[in-house]
Design a protein around this ligand. Sequence first.
Ligand code: AKG
Length: 253
Amino acid sequence: MTTTEPTTPLTLDEETISAYRRDGVVRIKNIIGREEAARFAEAAVAATENVDDLFKESKIFNQYVNVWRQNDVLRELTLDPRLAAAATALAGVPLRIWHDQVLIKPPHNGAATEFHQDAPYWPHAGSRASLSAWIALVDVPVERGCMTFIPGSQDHQNLRSQDLSDRDDLFRAAPDLRWEERLTIPLQAGDCTFHNAYLAHSATPNLTDDPRIAHVNIYFDAEATYTGVGHVVTDGLGLTVGAPLEHELFPTV
Ligand code: AKG
């Protein structure tokens, strides 16, 4: 797989961009500094303490969406120009923020995030490129809940949404993917992966005594239009079906 060590300011070389376009995923080490990651981890823990998470019925992870709207420190990370520049170079089209999320797997959470794609859940039409920057705010070795990808699976763009608590659901939807090679990517604090929103991915359970803390910036095509399909981020905003998602929640980057 391709791993890039960033320069300052971050520019991605052609090899990294073409590896991303082929595999649907790329790792960028040290996209933020280790100390920055520690500062954001502390902010993520403080911002989510005593707050109900979206996934509270599930052991898979605690999920907090759109933290950038409430927390000034995490807002810096969600709107970070280094991440936005890398995402835009990989996507090759102008992007908006779709939403962010802090995903915490508590110690010994006892549940994997099972294989799924992201895009089938989203109310977007005509997004030429949507992708996530999954940023490790703590060291995430395999045992702490790192991500595994099926490179190339982003070509499966017409699947129904898949249940990320069901180990077999993706493979019922796309039986050929069961036999494809998988790529597991441990990350150190400050590293990130970018993955295509159609790329099948999963994460191991957290088997360690420390929480796994990740912050995810999700970007989508600035010209994509709203489908009206229900989603927690867009419900009730009064968006027009068939029009671009022009709203302060979805700033261009
Ligand atoms: C995503 O960022 O799209 C995920 O599915 C994350 C899964 C996880 O962090 O466990």
